[in-house]
Design a protein around this ligand. Structure first.
Ligand code: GYE
Length: 328
């Protein structure tokens, strides 16, 4: 009587064991799949790392990649201030098999071939902080950055208010051929032109560099004298260089000439607190979170707008102290 019962018990046990083993196998293979899901490899092509602004931007992207390390892997290149090297860097990233590219293009026209190279192999490019020649949605996905024309216009408006619309201005412009230098100049000069007693008496490039600005400003003082009462620099680094040149010429920066720039670096806010500089329009380099959020939207097939504009504040003696600690 016991025999058949035992047999059934044995069979049931065997079936249960097989079902269990299958379950374990499936579980293991599913887990294996999840672990093996390939990460999105992102290439970040940086133009140079020669200022606190650039270094902060590079670090912001690295930090955000580290936070999302379960889904992303990051490769960073540095073009060391040469547009031709940056085109080669982008081609190199493509050859290394990246799935997406963050590009901070040094110059507008010179980086167009990089966009074309990525387009040919259908690798999406996200332009960060400057534009390159091409069309959003076709040659690149989107542009993340500030409204540079508005930055220039706001700098001019500040100067209008502070000088009663009476000023002889020296303009120190950024990298020739960059979208940002072109737009910051345009926005500023459009405002100045409508004021009969405001004049740009000299406009020279110093390539966004502190050392070059010090030299260029010294040369301007030598050739034009001290007949200016305002300096508009396209970035803080150049304003800081100009401050040194003014001091060397026996002028009081911030008093004999009002100095306004763009960025919001710590050294600029400190100069404002000391009274050697007067204002700076913010242009944030902290693109990491926005860049990766935008990439994730794109990967999840959520529509990404052609342009994502970052809001900027103005710093002057009224708020520089409040923000200096969080500056870079
Ligand atoms: O203002 C400057 C940097 O492209 C917005 O480039 C950026 C500018 C920034 O070198 O300091």
């Amino acid at each position: 009587m016991n025999q058949p019962n035992n047999k059934w018990q044995h069979r049931t046990a065997t079936i249960l064991l097989v079902v269990f083993a299958l379950g374990v196998l499936m579980g293991v293979s599913l887990a294996g799949c999840a672990a093996k899901k390939p990460k999105t490899v992102v290439g970040f092509s940086q133009m140079e790392n020669d200022s606190p602004w650039r270094i902060t931007e590079t670090n912001s992207i690295k930090q955000e990649a580290a936070k999302r390390a379960d889904r992303f892997e990051l490769i960073v290149t540095d073009a060391q201030g040469q547009a031709s090297k940056q085109v080669a860097d982008v081609k190199d990233l493509i050859a290394r098999g990246v799935n997406a590219i963050f590009l901070a293009p040094r110059e507008y026209d010179a980086l167009a071939p990089a966009l074309q190279a990525a387009k040919e192999v259908k690798i999406p490019v996200f332009l960060i902080d400057r534009l390159a020649a091409g069309k959003a949605g076709e040659d690149y996905v989107t542009f993340l950055g500030s409204d540079f024309v508005a930055q220039g216009a706001n700098a001019a408006r500040w100067l209008v208010a502070e000088t009663g619309a009476k000023a002889n201005i020296v303009e120190l412009t950024g990298t020739p051929g960059s979208s940002v230098a072109r737009d910051r100049s345009q926005g500023f000069n459009e405002q100045v032109k409508t004021r009969p007693n405001m004049k740009v008496i000299a406009s020279e490039t110093a390539d966004f560099s502190r050392e070059k600005a010090q030299q260029v400003m010294a040369d301007i003082i030598k050739s034009k004298g001290k007949q200016f009462n305002a300096i508009y620099a396209h970035n803080d680094q150049m304003a800081l260089g100009a401050i040194e040149a003014l001091k060397a010429a026996g002028m009081q920066p911030g008093k004999d000439a009002l100095i306004i720039a763009i960025d919001g670096e710590r050294a600029a806010l400190e100069a404002i607190i000391r009274g050697e500089m007067n204002a700076t329009i913010e242009s944030s380099p902290r693109f990491g979170p926005l860049a990766f959020d935008t990439l994730e939207r794109y990967l999840n097939k959520i529509r990404v707008p052609a342009k994502i504009t970052v809001e900027d504040r103005l710093y002057d003696k009224n708020n520089a102290k409040e923000y200096v600690d969080e500056a870079y």
